[in-house]
Every structure is written in C-alpha cells, then in structure tokens.
Design a binder for this molecule. Structure first.
Ligand SMILES: N[C@@H](CCC(=O)NCCCC(=O)O)C(=O)O
Length: 258
C-alpha cells in the first residue's frame, strides 16, 4: 500500500551564510516516516514555487514545523517593532492561507512551535513578541549555546483542560515537555481552543473548534525523539491515522459542521 503524503513546511536558510536553501529538520522527517507512517515531502515555503491548491491536491496533510523567524505582526494587525525579531514573509504568505483551507476542508494539520503560532494567527489570533518580558512568565527560549540534548531538554509541565481533546489523547492531564520559543499566544483566534497551558499561563496546546479534521497543535517540540518520547509518540500516531484516513478518501462532513 502506498503511504500517505505529509507536506513538511520548510524554512529558508543560507548555507555557509551564502547559498540560499529550503530546509527541514531531519527529526521532522523521522517523526512523520517512522511514527506517523507517512511519506515526508519537503515543501518550499514560498508561493513563488508552490500554490495552496496544488499542495492540497498532492498532500494528505501538513506538518507546520518550528522556525526561528516570527510570523509578521501585520498578519494580526499590529505594527512591526524591534521586539518582533526576524520574519519569513514568504512562509507567512503560503502557510497562513494553507491553514485556513485545511481547517475548512478537514485536511489534517499538525502545528509545532512556529506552526502552532501560525495556526492561531491564521484563525484570527495574535502573538506576544517576547513572552519572557511579561510579568510572571518563565523564559521559554532554548539555551543559546547548549548541545542538542540541552536545547531539547524537558523543562516544564503542560496541564490540559479537564475532559479536553489532549487529555483524551494522552489519558492524563499533566505531561512534561521541552520548550524552545520566544513568542506565544496573546489572544486566541475566535475558534482557537487553548486546551493546555504551562504553569506560567503560556498556551501550549490548541485545536480549532468545529473543524472537521485534525488540527491539534503544540507550542513544544514533539518531533524530538518522537518514536521514544511518551508525549511525542501519541501525537504523531494520531496525526498519522488522520492523514491515512484522508488518503483513503474518507472526507469529514463539513456541511454538518458549518
Ligand atoms: N520563532 C518563534 C517560534 C519558535 C520555534 O519554532 N522554534 C524552533 C526553532 C527551530 C530552529 O532553531 O530552527 C518563537 O520564537 O516563538
């Protein structure tokens, strides 16, 4: 049987500070291939090379990966400041409409870190430029000079809403996760259900209310040690099931939900 195809949203890099490239972390491909059971296909995140319609037709679901550049504040109606850091306007212009189409059609998406923030912005929410500057918040950024193990170290609890989707997925209300981000959700979009929080109040898990398909997204990085980590594995397995269903031709009844 052919495997379902998951489009992995890439990031733009300069190799050796010179050669422009689209790249995706190997751990994303590993999680999709080995835990979700799908074929990972790297998507150049730039509307110059691919359009939403073609992606929706070719892929069975999308992994909205993490990424250093932040979603541009104009996408949520705010002016750019120095605190907003660097951007990737090409990724913004491809991925935000792609998310809205997937939500409407019921085509599966799994958002991670920047991808989690993109889902909120695509659905009408806003972001804080730097959450560690907010009173009572911890620093959620990775140590700048650490090893990979230190950067992806498990650092805080996430508590899920009682009886919510994530509690049902994990069979428990509290899990422990890594954390590698500077921004965070300020206001949730009208249909964005924040289903889990860190102890300092930072939104960590969400889904889209009344979406016909899989929309679970997380602020942490489940792609790290996805096959072994007990918090990562169930999420990638559930996403794999959703993309397999989509690939088999199963379509959610969007009319009943609208
Ligand atoms: N830029 C956003 C999202 C953070 C994020 O996705 N981090 C992953 C970094 C992966 C990499 O190093 O390329 C924020 O800071 O909140």
């Amino acid at each position: 049987m052919t495997r379902p195809i998951v489009g992995i949203i890439s990031n733009s890099y300069l190799i050796n500070d010179q050669y422009p490239a689209h790249a995706g972390g190997t751990m994303n491909s590993e999680a999709i291939a080995e835990v979700s059971g799908a074929l990972p296909l790297l998507v150049p995140a730039n509307p110059q090379f691919c359009d939403v319609e073609a992606l929706l037709a070719r892929c069975d679901g999308f992994l909205l990966t993490g990424g250093r550049p932040n979603v541009h504040p104009e996408e949520y109606g705010e002016a750019e400041t120095e605190a907003h850091g660097t951007f990737d306007r090409d990724r913004d212009s491809l991925v935000l409409p792609l998310i809205r189409s997937c939500v409407e059609r019921g085509q599966p998406i799994l958002g991670i870190c920047r991808g989690f923030q993109e889902v909120n912005v695509a659905m009408g929410g806003t972001l804080h430029p730097e959450i560690r500057d907010l009173p009572g918040r911890m620093n959620h950024r990775m140590p700048p000079d650490g090893t990979l193990e230190e950067k992806f170290e498990i650092r805080h609890d996430v508590t899920f809403r009682e009886g919510g989707v994530f509690e049902r997925l994990y069979g428990q209300r509290i899990v422990r996760t890594n954390t590698l981000h500077g921004q965070g959700i300020k206001t949730a979009g009208p249909r964005v259900v924040v289903d889990g929080y860190a102890d300092d109040g930072t939104p960590e898990a969400l889904y889209i209310a009344e979406a016909p398909g899989f929309t679970l997204s997380v602020q942490w990085h489940p792609e790290y040690r996805a096959a072994k980590d007990p918090v990562s594995r169930p999420l990638f397995e559930a996403f794999g099931q959703a993309v397999a269903d989509w690939a088999s031709g199963a379509r959610p009844n969007t009319r009943a939900i609208a």
